[in-house]
Design a protein around this ligand. Structure first.
Ligand SMILES: NC(=O)c1ccc[n+]([C@@H]2O[C@H](COP(=O)([O-])OP(=O)(O)OC[C@H]3O[C@@H](n4cnc5c(N)ncnc54)[C@H](OP(=O)(O)O)[C@@H]3O)[C@@H](O)[C@H]2O)c1
Length: 283
């Protein structure tokens, strides 16, 4: 039985849908059923669900800018919540932990390898890196999957925000000097479900293929959606988000290839698929 945490979130909901489609036994929980910050509750949950053999851990505190002030809650969920889970998994239960490109603080141009030096800069980034450390130290059978720039059906993502803003603004300012890859939660869910129970433990990077800036992503999505709005490229510094972000989020897929996992589709195909699915749902 596979336990999915964060089952109501972007990735968690798509992971549950994928497992359902594959007819695999799973249990999806979110904070209302299991608050990961409560260690006693986590231990009691595992004691009463002896059938759990694997965990896909999608739950997290993901409000990157808010975390700069709300650091206690961010660490409680991402670092300590993950630690409780990893401890409960121990040496028997396998655990797949989702991490982030933000654990790197790189401003260069080369794709980052899984063993490149981490340099988490903001509170969210540090909390995710502490989660990684807890998983590596406390859970023997682990997969760490670093991903980036997720968009999913729940419309709490960059593309949905840009499309919404285009209806009320003539001009949008979008950062052009952070380069990475958008990741469609549906595509990621397919990989995560292939990975869990594979026994190919390790650290992996997984995003849609190709690279772009937030500015290019905004332009591409707006064009596809037929929205006529001026997009102005701005620097990270002039945009002035509260939390620091790396300029280089290019993640090398070397370890994914070496383990024989399939790469995700290109980000352009992923954005097309997302927008057409969105259109179908709104009809
Ligand atoms: N979003 C991105 O761009 C991005 C990029 C790189 C990596 N990641 C990582 O990918 C994973 C999935 O991200 P996502 O975008 O799918 O996140 P999401 O949509 O924010 O979903 C996270 C879920 O976890 C729940 N949660 C929060 N605190 C919890 C707690 N104490 N106990 C149990 N559940 C709790 C949230 O509930 P509430 O909504 O009620 O808080 C939410 O349903 C996370 O590990 C994230 O750090 C995300």
């Amino acid at each position: 039985m596979i336990l999915v945490t964060g089952a109501k979130g972007q990735v968690g909901s798509d992971v549950c849908a994928r497992l359902q489609q594959q007819n695999r036994p799973f249990l999806g929980v979110d904070i209302d059923a299991l608050d990961l910050t409560d260690e006693t509750a986590v231990n009691a949950f595992f004691a009463s669900h002896q059938e759990i053999t694997s965990v896909i851990h999608c739950a997290a505190y993901t409000a990157v800018d808010k975390a700069e002030d709300d650091y206690e809650r961010c660490f409680a969920v991402n670092a300590y919540g993950t630690m409780h889970l990893a401890k409960a998994c121990g040496s028997d239960i396998e655990l797949l932990y989702l991490s982030s490109d933000y654990i790197f603080g790189d401003d260069g141009f080369d794709p980052l390898e899984t063993d490149d030096e981490p340099e988490p800069r903001g509170i969210y980034a540090k909390s995710k890196f502490m989660g990684e450390a807890a998983v590596r130290m406390l859970c023997k059978k682990h997969y760490v999957v670093r991903t980036s720039w997720i968009f999913g059906e729940q419309d709490r993502n960059f593309i949905a925000t840009i499309l919404r803003l285009a209806d009320t603004h003539d001009t949008l300012r979008v950062v052009f000097d952070q380069i990475g890859a958008p990741t469609y939660s549906r595509d990621l869910a397919v990989l995560l479900c292939d990975m869990i129970e594979s026994g190919k433990y390790g650290v992996f990077h997984a995003t849609n293929e190709g690279e772009c800036s937030w500015f290019e992503l905004a332009q591409f999505a707006l064009r596809l959606a037929g929205k006529n709005v001026t997009v102005l490229p701005v620097t990270t510094e002039s945009y002035g988000a509260k939390a620091p972000r790396p300029k280089n989020s290019r993640l090398s897929k070397r370890s994914l290839d070496e383990a024989g996992f399939s790469r995700l589709p290109t980000w352009q195909d992923a954005v097309k698929a997302y927008l057409s699915h969105r259109k179908e749902q709104n009809q």
